[in-house]
Design a binder for this molecule. Structure first.
Ligand code: ZN
Length: 299
């Protein structure tokens, strides 16, 4: 018997697949704190976390794992998350970056899935572009509180979007638009804290975790790549977005299928004997040739 016995329905080798996978979490606010906690419970074995911020008093209404003690000590959010994950699964490997995710790009390139908990449009756009380049499925969460007319209170709404090769990107889905980017840069620095609540963050995060598990285990076959789940927090309903259902373009026009891989990678540097390229140290050449022989002979 193992601690994951109650989820064997996820399919053959699901425990091993989850233990071997690496999930990147960018932005450890309300949403991704739920995601971190749930993925630890599910048995995900490897995490890469990035967030530059320390916990503050106003995070206590929604940051899973955050305590008054952490506020007093001004603990970094990534450290709180690491502690929470390891308390659930001491075997997990958790790499933390107390900085912007862009400064830890090499670590995020290794991830099998990245889940974003960013509340700014530019950040979502950059992360989607990064994931498209490295063929990594990207799951974006977004939550907003809209003021309704006089006497009608507020509407809590949000969405979870899975952007991956073969599916519409965040621009196709209208999550990232030029107008939203322009509006955001106009208001830069004046936004203040956006309204957020723990329960709707939790709904969206649970949907995101469901998608991660769906991607990596044979539990449930997906009808098509990508996903766009829309949440109405006032009625409590989640539905596939109309825009996603209707999207039938042959391919996303924003990210070319050939614009992938590391732009700084230059294959000429790895070909021995090419005089126009920078010389490759001999020990590298020998290692590369040995590796190539090993790969080709084992297949
Ligand atoms: Zn697109």
């Amino acid at each position: 018997m193992t601690w994951l016995d109650r989820q064997t329905f996820l399919g053959a080798n699901s425990e091993q697949r989850l233990a071997e996978m690496t999930v990147g979490l960018v932005g450890l606010g309300g949403g991704n704190s739920h995601v971190a906690q749930q993925l630890a419970h599910v048995g995900v074995g490897n995490f890469v976390l990035a967030d530059a911020d320390d916990i503050s008093l106003t995070n206590l209404n929604r940051l899973i794992g955050g305590t008054s003690w952490h506020v007093l000590k001004r603990t970094a959010k990534v450290a709180i998350m690491k502690g929470m994950i390891l308390a659930i699964n001491p075997k997990a490997r958790v790499e933390i970056h107390r900085k912007q995710w862009q400064l830890a790009g090499d670590s995020f390139k290794r991830c099998d899935v990245i889940v974003g908990g960013l509340d700014n449009v530019r950040g979502k756009d950059e992360l989607d572009a990064f994931c498209r380049r490295f063929l990594i499925p990207y799951i974006d969460q977004g939550m907003d509180v809209h003021k309704l007319g006089r006497g009608h209170g507020h509407l809590v709404a949000g969405q979870v979007v899975l952007s991956e090769p073969g599916s519409p990107c965040l621009r196709c889905m209208g999550i990232v638009t030029d107008e939203a980017l322009a509006e955001e840069s106009r208001k830069y620095g004046a936004a203040g804290g956006r309204p957020q609540v723990v329960w709707s963050n939790g709904v969206l995060a649970s949907l995101a975790v469901g998608l991660v598990v769906q991607i990596v285990t044979p539990w449930s076959r997906r009808a098509r790549p990508g996903a766009y789940l829309s949440f109405d927090g006032n009625s409590g309903l989640v539905a596939e977005a109309e825009r996603f259902r209707r999207w039938n373009a042959a391919s996303c026009p924003h990210y070319s299928s050939i614009a992938v891989g590391d732009p700084s990678f230059d294959i000429r540097k790895f070909v021995a004997g090419n005089v126009s390229a920078e010389p490759v140290p001999m020990r590298w050449t020998k290692w590369i040739m040995r590796s190539v022989r090993k790969w080709t002979s084992s297949e």
